[in-house]
Design a protein around this ligand. Structure first.
Ligand code: SAM
Length: 207
């Protein structure tokens, strides 16, 4: 038991320490880095929509990859800290809104910023309850909302990255992905806790 605990802490320390060292606000950045290393989804000049962008690690990393000719839009329930906003380049815009209830005003703002995104990515996670079925159902709800946004705002041929907590709706989500994308992969990054039900679905070539 003691061994298991110290192993787990060591794992946490590694990614947290690395994030601190590289000045990312969260170690979740390494999950996107692994996805990028494997599938090369983000390219220079791309337009990227990041759903669930707080505290901003994915935004910082994506902004670096797309460069000054790219465009990044982030959405979250929570506003980013001033220190993170200061680090983001001018071609990044962030909005505080709930993807489960995007009203007409929010829609207009997002569309005005750009609707032809090359990549829509969602690292959204619900507040967890400890009940795996409830958490997975809430995650599925967020994934459906993210996919519906991707359907509207992704260019044909664009890519979609989405975190989901595996549960009984997982197969239904994959069916929806198959309907909307020519190819897809399911990926568990090494930086994602083995004990976590989270997994990433990457859709390629939006139909
Ligand atoms: C794991 S964090 C994302 C971390 C981020 N990718 C990063 O690297 O900094 C998940 C985020 O999803 C957001 N979220 C959850 N439900 C949401 C919703 N309905 N609308 C918008 N954002 C939501 C949460 O507020 C939280 O900040």
């Amino acid at each position: 038991m003691r061994n298991l605990k110290s192993k787990h802490n060591k794992w946490e320390d590694h990614y947290s320490r690395q994030a601190k060292k590289e000045q990312f606000p969260a170690r979740s950045v390494y999950k996107l880095k692994e996805i990028q290393q494997k599938y090369k989804i983000i390219k220079k000049g791309d337009r990227v929509l990041d759903l669930g962008c707080f505290p901003g690690s994915w935004l910082l990393y994506a902004a670096d990859l797309t460069g000054e000719k790219g465009k990044i839009v982030g959405i979250d329930l929570k506003p980013l800290s001033k220190s993170v906003l200061l680090k983001l380049p001018a071609n990044t815009k962030t909005y505080v809104c709930d993807v489960l209830s995007i009203d007409e005003k929010d829609q207009k703002i997002i569309k005005a910023v750009g609707k032809d995104f090359n990549i829509v990515m969602s690292d959204m996670a619900p507040d967890t309850t400890g009940n795996k079925n409830v958490d997975a159902a809430r995650s599925f709800n967020l994934c459906r909302a993210a996919l519906s946004i991707a359907e509207d705002l992704l260019v044909d041929g664009g890519s979609f990255v989405c975190k989901i907590f595996q549960g009984e709706d997982f197969k239904e989500f994959i069916d929806l992905i198959e309907l909307n994308f020519n190819k897809y992969k399911i990926f568990k990054p090494q930086s994602s806790k083995k004990s976590s039900k989270e997994i990433y679905v990457v859709g390629f070539e939006k139909k």
